[in-house]
Design a protein around this ligand. Structure first.
Ligand code: ADE
Length: 257
């Protein structure tokens, strides 16, 4: 996958040299370039912002440097790209969006700062390429850079070949719409706390059922919205018993065999 990030703080993206994202880059699975938006400014002060039309606090990013940056990055001969703009008013980021982004051949991230980017940049880009405005959640960051770190980490680990054990992708939280069960390693006893006996039993059927139950219990108490999103046929009889024991209302229709 090819990724371009445009920002006024290129140094913010240096963690992308580390850990597994850095390894994916060195392995050639992720080709990442970080660009300084100010290199597309024309004035001596390298201005990227101005006061908002209509008044109000803060500054807005001017369209010209963004237009020049996107023109250059999408010039004829460059691979087609999806533009991703992190913003608190975007579509909510989740694992499903990470999966959709992970199969794109090329992404261009536009990191806004201040009160955001002049909306005409997004409008104009939309007439030339697919555009996703994306929010990490219901909170406001100083800018898009940290959001890009988060999104790229979630996306990179889904690129085939990045994770040694692709099986771990099937079992992890959100893969089946539920939170994952708790995990344990050695030693079997630690400070008076024991690893659950079932995990040491070697009985794969019991272990799978225990993990499912734990995942259901966690999800129903911490994220009941996720349970409500799942189709009723995703639950077997045991699931429904676990949900009911945890106080979740299961409708009569869901109880049908
Ligand atoms: N930029 C500022 N706040 C943001 C948020 N919540 N998500 C993504 N990008 C942002």
């Amino acid at each position: 996958m090819h990724v371009d990030v445009v920002t006024i703080f290129p140094d913010y993206l240096t963690p992308l040299e580390l850990s597994l994202v850095g390894r994916a880059r060195r392995a050639g699975l992720l080709d990442l370039a970080v660009h300084d938006l100010r290199s597309w400014t024309q004035d001596v002060h390298r201005t990227v912002d101005d006061t908002p039309y209509g008044g109000g606090a803060g500054m807005v990013m001017r369209p010209e440097p963004w237009g020049a940056a996107l023109d250059e990055l999408t010039a004829p001969g460059r691979p087609p790209a999806r533009l991703v703009v992190p913003t608190p008013v975007g579509e909510r980021f989740d694992q499903a969006m990470a999966q959709r982004l992970a199969v794109e051949p090329r992404l261009i991230f536009a990191c806004g700062r201040y009160e955001g980017i002049d909306q005409r940049v997004i409008e104009h880009a939309t007439s030339r390429m697919p555009v996703t405005e994306v929010s990490l959640g219901d909170f406001v960051l100083f800018g898009g850079e940290v959001a890009v770190l988060v999104i790229l980490e979630a996306v990179t680990r889904l690129i085939p070949g990045v994770l040694g054990n692709a099986g771990s992708l099937d079992e992890e939280s959100y893969a089946d719409g539920l939170l994952e069960a708790p995990v344990y390693t050695k030693p079997p006893q630690w400070r008076g706390h024991e690893v659950p006996e079932v995990l040491r039993s070697g009985d794969h059927g019991r272990i799978a059922r225990w993990r499912r139950d734990q995942g259901l219990r966690r999800t129903v108490t911490r994220r009941p919205d996720l349970i409500a999103k799942l189709a009723p046929e995703k639950f077997d009889k045991k699931d429904i018993a676990v949900l009911q024991a945890a106080g979740f209302q299961v409708s009569a229709a869901d109880m049908a065999e």
